[in-house]
Ligand binder design. Structure first.
Ligand SMILES: CC(=O)N[C@H]1[C@@H](OP(=O)(O)O)O[C@H](CO)[C@@H](O)[C@@H]1O
Ligand SMILES: [Mg+2]
Length: 499
């Protein structure tokens, strides 16, 4: 234990040569001084400890900042099941990342090891699968070397560089590896293509956000592109033009775990018709409900499955109404896929999507017995939301129904909406309740929002602190675009005044 403490301290102090390098298979890490320091060390240590806690099962570490600007970077940790790292460990991750000195870092680690009874220092090596997106900062560098060093310093664990991957591919690989099944990229694509023969329509164009998703789909198209841009700005991404009007287009984000569709209308300059995550949820719900009804008609007990849709407050109000009218049970959770995923797993078939295009379908074991659904369950990534498998399933269902993107889009008409962000010094002063739809603190702000909202017919508005940026987000819906814009602006001013 003392030796482990000394090794960790040495790593955390930023020594250029790290212990355990020879147990690392890294395929080309340079020792250069391109980005000196110990960035990456906390994530390496975190992932290695998580693996130890879970009986040395494989854990994933994805180096990506998803839809954020190319200069940003971050990491995502995949648990041994392939889902996101347990929320119970988030305070520890924050404490590691925020430790001001090497000594503090080591103290945080050892306190946590004691508290969680992690079998620290055992001989059995754990395995960390590393993935990265196409950002230049993801390239093998000193940061990566620190990650390896951090991993090795904990237990002599082995890090395996899986190369450039989508986030969902890495989650899938972690899950498969821990099931003792083939986990290569070839196997990922084999599973997708086996369950998706002939569904890809070559007339569909894809905006890959210049990210790893595009590369995986055949290298397509990063500022002014991607699912976040298309969904929030409702504008045509770079690389597309009004001459593509009418065509069905899909847009992924930088690490391919978000998917939205759009159609360039060609009217009023650069306008698009957005078919967002809410509509993907609606399409999937419709299809799965129909299949269940058929099974039930045929006397199949699987047809009586408990089917649920999971949304956040950002879901367009019209989508919720559509789902409820269809007879779906609809549940709401706070923002962030970890919350939606957890809720969806309570159903026999749980479908979740954020409006921005993160989501997937989860099947309980008894449901997978139903054959069509089995095919769908094979196609759609059970570990995490995956834009590539989501895209293929949309294409398969549209083909099955003979639908165009207009048919699909006309399931319901979106209510006009507006999202704004207000830059604040300390977003943590805002706290919310009721799946983020009510402000608890600062006092009086919810009353001010209610008063503004009451001025607009069909108005709905909420605010919440972002989990990823130093901003408070404002969302408003109303009967007209002008009204939604007006409500969002008025509430943004209230937020500014009260913080
Ligand atoms: C309004 C919005 O799109 N929020 C996004 C954004 O979170 P914030 O906590 O709102 O910053 O990034 C998350 C991670 O990608 C995503 O899950 C979430 O939906
Ligand atoms: Mg993403």
């Amino acid at each position: 234990m003392e030796q482990q403490r000394a090794i960790l301290l040495r790593c955390a102090s930023g020594f250029p040569s790290l212990p355990g390098e020879d147990v690392v298979r890294d395929g080309g890490v340079q020792g250069g001084g391109d980005d000196a320091g110990v960035d990456g060390l906390p994530d390496g240590v975190l992932a290695a400890l998580r693996s130890l806690k879970m009986g040395s099962a494989a854990v994933g570490l994805m180096i990506t900042a998803s839809h954020n600007a190319v200069g940003d970077n971050g990491v995502k940790v995949a648990d041994p099941s392939g889902s996101m790292m347990t929320q119970l460990w988030e305070p520890f991750a924050d404490a590691l990342a925020g430790a001001p000195t090497a000594e503090d870092f080591v103290r945080v680690v050892f306190e946590f090891v004691d508290e969680e009874k992690i079998p620290f220092g055992v001989a059995r090596p754990s395995e960390i699968l590393l993935g990265r997106d196409t950002r230049p900062s993801g390239k093998p560098s000193l940061k990566l070397r620190n990650r390896y060093g951090g991993i090795a310093a904990v237990v002599g664990a082995v890090a395996i560089d899986m190369g450039i991957l989508t986030t969902p591919q890495l989650h899938w690989m972690v899950r498969r590896r821990n099931e003792g099944r083939g986990a290569s990229e070839d196997e990922y694509f084999r599973q997708l293509s086996d369950s998706f023969r002939n569904a890809y329509d070559p007339s569909v164009w894809v905006d890959g956000a210049n990210g790893v998703g595009g590369e995986k789909l055949g290298r397509i198209l990063n500022d002014g592109v991607g699912a976040d841009f298309v969904q929030k700005e409702k504008a045509i991404p770079h690389g597309f033009s009004t001459s593509d009007a009418g065509r069905r287009c899909a847009s992924l984000d930088g690490d391919a775990d978000r998917l939205v569709y759009f159609r360039i209308t060609g009217e009023e300059g650069r306008k698009i018709d957005l078919t967002d995550g809410d509509k993907i949820l609606s399409l999937f719900s419709l299809f799965i409900k129909e299949q269940l009804a058929k099974l039930e008609e045929g006397g199949e007990p699987a047809g009586r499955a408990r089917l649920g849709a999971v949304q956040t407050a950002y879901a367009n109000g019209a989508s919720t109404e559509f789902l409820r009218r269809m007879g779906m049970e609809v549940a709401f959770t706070p923002t962030g896929v970890k919350h939606l995923h957890e809720k969806a797993s309570e159903y026999d078939v749980g479908i979740y999507f954020e409006a921005n295009g993160h989501g997937t379908v989860l099947f309980s074991d008894n449901q997978k017995a139903a054959l069509r659904l089995w095919e769908v369950s094979q196609l759609i990534n059970q570990a995490v939301g995956d834009a590539l498998s989501g895209f293929l399933l949309v294409e398969a269902i549209l083909r099955h129904k003979g639908w165009s993107i207009e048919d699909w889009n006309s399931l319901y008409q979106d209510l006009p909406s507006r999202q704004l962000k207000v830059k604040v010094a300390d977003r943590s002063v805002v706290t919310t309740a009721n799946a983020e739809t009510q402000v608890v603190n600062p006092p009086g702000l919810q009353e001010a929002i209610d008063a503004e909202t009451a001025k607009y017919p069909n108005g709905r508005c909420f605010i919440r602190p972002s989990g990823t940026e130093d901003v408070v987000r404002v969302y408003a819906e109303a009967a007209t675009q002008e009204a939604a814009d007006g409500l969002a602006r008025a509430v943004a001013l209230e937020v500014g005044r009260s913080l």
